[in-house]
Design a protein around this ligand. Structure first.
Ligand SMILES: C[S@@+](CC[C@H](N)C(=O)[O-])C[C@H]1O[C@@H](n2cnc3c(N)ncnc32)[C@H](O)[C@@H]1O
Length: 349
């Protein structure tokens, strides 16, 4: 049995959304500082060229869009870097914390053409046909109802408007049929146990948040869990670590031992899609010309790392925008494959 299986059998659970349970608690969105979001772009950093090429792919996918909606922007990706190239960006996220961070990032980056709106993609607060482009960075798959979110994206696009979005390829990320990671930390009077369960078949992920009354034994149990570096941690949290079902520190024995102290339990569950399934869903929402490609960042990584090792990036700095945009246009040469992210483009007829 998995830890998830034990929790489902023994704990009364209340449904929540990924925005409430995961993104609202994150200190920061993204493993590293995103260039053009958390900090200025650095032409001496090869990974900034790679991210620039991904922005180039979004721009190529968008065509000549003037007003772009970024669905599930998190801290402002890709909306904020795009706002250097298109006249107007509306960035949207249902997590108030992410919205606050994205607004602060837009201010710090000096981007008055960005408006950040707090709302879910399933109920966009915009009139029909009010955008020429919709983008999303691995966000549609985090929605409670991705089909409804895509139908909303279709509704707010004008005829001929473009969709360009990255999706997480969970199957390409998993190392085995099931993966569980957990953490335990103290949050004022409560101890919080968090479990992330991901599986290949069915292709899904679920996250559980169990809050316990933090009595002495449980405080000691939390203190015994070593910290791991993780950007998805909460403030003060030790970070998620791989966990086996019988792990005495974080597995079934822990939740079983303290079940009488349980205060509340919430969860969310997401179905993930293969590139072909994602394309079918986008078509079902009304889009046409749906095409799926590999991760534009992958090709860019080899190329720009090569230029970095050859020591030529600093001399190319004045041409960074032009070169990364040109590189981004190559996305059409990348077949969808075994990369952790895929890139989808489509248009509203
Ligand atoms: C994986 S993060 C990606 C964030 C950002 N686009 C990036 O690439 O760094 C997914 C984002 O989707 C947002 N999200 C979750 N549910 C959503 C919904 N129903 N509508 C719009 N965004 C949602 C989350 O709050 C989170 O910021």
């Amino acid at each position: 049995m998995t830890v998830e299986g034990w929790i489902r059998d023994h704990v009364p659970l209340a449904a929540a959304s990924s925005a409430e349970l995961r993104y609202e608690r994150m200190v920061r969105q993204g493993a590293e500082d995103l260039p053009g979001v958390h900090r200025e772009v650095d032409p001496c950093n090869p990974s900034d060229w790679v991210d620039g090429a991904l922005i180039g792919a979004f721009l190529a996918g968008l065509g000549d869009a003037q007003r772009v909606l970024d669905v599930g922007t998190g801290d402002g990706w890709p909306g904020l870097p795009l706002a250097r190239h298109v006249p107007e960006v509306v960035a949207l996220d249902p997590s108030p914390r992410r919205v606050e961070v994205a607004r602060a990032n837009a201010r710090k980056r000096g981007l008055p053409n960005v408006q950040v709106v707090c709302a879910p993609a399933e109920a966009l607060p915009f009139p029909d046909g009010s955008f020429d482009g919709v983008v999303a960075g691995t966000a549609f798959e985090q929605c409670r109802d991705p089909l409804r979110a895509l139908k909303e994206a279709h509704r707010v696009l004008r005829g001929g408007g473009r969709l360009a979005a990255t999706f997480e390829d969970l199957a390409a990320q998993l190392r085995g049929p099931v993966e569980e990671r957990a953490e335990l930390y103290l949050d004022r009077e409560a101890a919080v146990y968090r479990l992330v369960h991901r599986s290949l078949s069915p292709l899904r992920e679920a996250e559980y948040e169990l809050r316990f009354r933090a009595e002495d034994d449980l405080r000691r149990a939390a203190a015994a869990v070593p910290s791991v570096p993780s950007f998805v941690r909460a403030a003060g949290g030790p970070g998620l670590r791989p966990v086996a079902p019988d792990d005495p520190l974080l597995g079934i024995p822990l939740v079983e031992r303290f079940r009488d102290l349980l205060l509340s339990a919430r969860y969310f569950e997401l179905r993930h899609r293969s590139p072909g399934e994602a394309a079918a869903l986008v078509e079902e929402a009304g889009f046409r010309g749906v095409r799926v490609y590999g991760n534009p960042a992958r090709l860019a990584r080899d190329f720009f790392l090569g230029l970095h090792e050859a020591g030529v990036l600093p001399s190319l700095a004045p041409h960074m925008d032009a070169l990364t945009r040109a590189f981004g246009r190559l996305y059409e040469a990348l077949p969808a494959g075994k990369t952790s992210v895929f890139f989808l483009v489509a248009r509203r007829p």
